[in-house]
Design a protein around this ligand. Structure first.
Ligand code: SF4
Ligand code: SF4
Length: 385
C-alpha cells in the first residue's frame, strides 16, 4: 500500500480509503473491512444515514478484533439535510443538527454505534451551501458543539465534506473558526475539476479525500466500453484505471472508494499497487472519457449516493439516471436499450421515467444538485417503449 503523509494531522493515510456507504450487510461488511485492512487500508469514512442507517453499527462490528490504533476512523454529521437546505434534527440520518447539544449527542451516538471511545476525525458533513455553512457557524450551533467535543478529546481532528465548487470550498475553509485538517470532495476522471481547491489544501498541509473516484460506480462497470478503454491505457480494469488516475493526482491524499465486497477491496488495492498511469495514458483516459461523455453534463452525473431516497412514484432514480446516461453514449446506447426492454418484459418495476410527476422531493435532498425532474422528462422522450 502507498501511504500519504498529511501534514496537519501527522497521519500516513492509505492511498485507498474505505468509504462505508455501500455496505450490503453486517457479514459482508466485516469480510470487506478485514480484507481491506490486510491489504493496508487504514482510512475509514462513515456517516449515520449510510446503508439504511446501519453503516456505523456494521463498521463497529467489523472493527472488533482489529488493532484500532492502526486505523483512522472518521465520522460526520451536519446542520443540513444532505443537500443545500436545513431540516429538523434527525439522529438516524445525522442531519438537521441546529444546536451544540444536538451535535454532542450525535457524536456520542456515532461513537456508541461504532463501539469506540475515541474517533480520529469528525467532519462537518454535507457542507454544500452558504445556508448550511452559516447555520453551522451560529452561536450555540453545530460547530460550537463539534469544537467543544474536540476540546473534550472525543476526536483529534476536524474535517469537512462537500460537493461545492472550488471557490466555495476555499471560502468555507477560510471563514471557519477552525482550519479543517482534511477536506473530502468529489473527484474522478469525468469530473476532475476543483483542482484549485485541491491545490489550496495541499499548500496548507490539509489532506484531501477524493469521493466518488469511480463516478458513483459508472466507471467501475465491466462493459465493453469500459474494458476497452482500460486496455487502451494498460490498466487491468476501468475501476483500476480510474483509481490510479485519482490516487495519483497531485494533492489527493486518498481515493475514498465505496467498498461492498472483498473483491472491491482487492481491486482497489491492486490499483494502488499498480502505481500511476503513464503520463500519456493518463491524458488519453481523460480525453477519451471527455469525448465519450461529451453529450452528458458531468455536473448532472448521479453518484448513486441514494440520499434522494424512495421516489413516491416508485422510480429507481439512480438506476434510471445511469441508464439515461448510457443511452446518450453511442457505444452503449443499443445495449442499454435492450437491457431496459428485457427488464420491463421480466416485470421489473421502477424503470419508467415518464412516471415522474415532478414533485422534486428527490431534488431537495440531492447533494449533487441533479436536476432530476428535467432529466426524467428528457429520458422519457427517448426511452424504449
Ligand atoms: S421528482 Fe420525479 S423522480 Fe423525483 S421523487 Fe418526484 S416523482 Fe420521483
Ligand atoms: S439523484 Fe442525487 S441524491 Fe439521488 S442518488 Fe443521484 S446523486 Fe444521489
Amino acid at each position: 500500500m502507498d501511504y500519504r503523509h498529511v501534514e496537519k494531522t501527522g497521519w500516513d493515510v492509505s492511498a485507498l480509503g474505505f468509504g462505508c456507504m455501500r455496505f450490503h450487510d453486517a457479514e459482508t461488511a466485516t469480510a470487506a473491512v478485514h480484507r481491506a485492512v490486510e491489504l493496508g487500508v487504514n482510512y475509514f469514512d462513515v456517516a449515520p444515514c449510510y446503508c439504511g442507517s446501519n453503516s456505523e453499527a456494521w463498521l463497529g462490528a467489523a472493527l472488533k478484533g482489529l488493532d484500532r490504533s492502526k486505523l483512522i476512523i472518521t465520522a460526520k454529521s451536519s446542520p443540513g439535510n444532505g443537500a443545500l437546505e436545513l431540516c429538523d434534527y434527525d439522529p438516524k440520518g445525522g442531519f438537521g443538527i441546529r444546536t451544540a447539544d444536538e451535535a454532542r449527542r450525535q457524536i456520542a451516538r456515532s461513537m456508541e454505534l461504532l463501539g469506540v471511545d475515541h474517533l480520529d476525525m469528525y467532519h462537518f458533513w454535507a457542507l454544500h451551501s452558504e445556508v448550511v455553512f452559516q447555520e453551522g457557524l451560529k452561536k450555540g450551533g453545530f460547530l460550537e458543539g463539534v469544537l467543544k467535543a474536540h476540546d473534550e478529546g472525543l476526536f483529534d481532528y476536524i474535517g469537512m465534506t462537500t460537493h461545492s465548487e472550488a471557490d466555495d470550498i476555499v471560502h468555507f475553509i477560510k471563514h471557519s473558526p477552525y482550519e479543517y485538517d482534511m477536506v473530502t470532495m468529489p473527484f474522478h476522471p469525468v469530473n476532475a475539476g476543483r483542482t484549485s481547491a485541491i491545490d489550496y489544501c495541499a499548500e496548507r498541509g490539509i489532506g484531501v479525500a477524493a469521493m466518488n473516484p469511480l463516478g458513483g460506480g459508472m466507471l467501475g462497470r465491466s462493459i465493453p466500453l469500459m474494458t476497452n478503454l482500460a486496455a487502451d491505457v494498460a490498466a487491468d480494469s476501468m475501476a483500476q484505471a480510474a483509481l490510479r488516475f485519482v490516487a495519483h493526482t497531485p494533492g489527493i491524499t486518498t481515493a475514498l472508494n465505496g467498498i461492498t465486497y472483498v473483491d472491491h477491496a482487492e481491486e482497489g488495492a491492486a490499483a494502488i499497487y499498480a502505481g500511476p498511469l503513464g503520463k500519456d495514458a493518463r491524458q488519453r483516459l481523460f480525453d477519451r472519457l471527455a469525448e465519450m461523455y461529451e453529450s452528458v453534463n458531468p455536473r448532472n452525473l448521479c453518484s448513486a449516493c441514494g440520499y434522494c431516497g424512495q421516489c413516491p412514484m416508485g422510480i429507481l432514480i439512480p438506476k434510471v439516471l445511469a441508464a439515461f446516461t448510457d443511452m446518450r453514449i453511442p457505444s452503449t446506447e443499443e445495449a442499454m436499450r435492450a437491457d431496459i426492454v428485457e427488464k420491463v418484459a421480466a416485470g421489473e418495476e421502477g424503470w419508467d421515467p415518464a412516471l415522474c410527476d415532478a414533485c422534486k422531493q428527490c431534488e431537495e435532498k440531492c447533494p449533487n444538485q441533479i436536476p432530476v425532474t428535467a432529466l426524467m422528462e428528457a429520458a422519457a422522450e427517448i426511452w424504449p417503449r
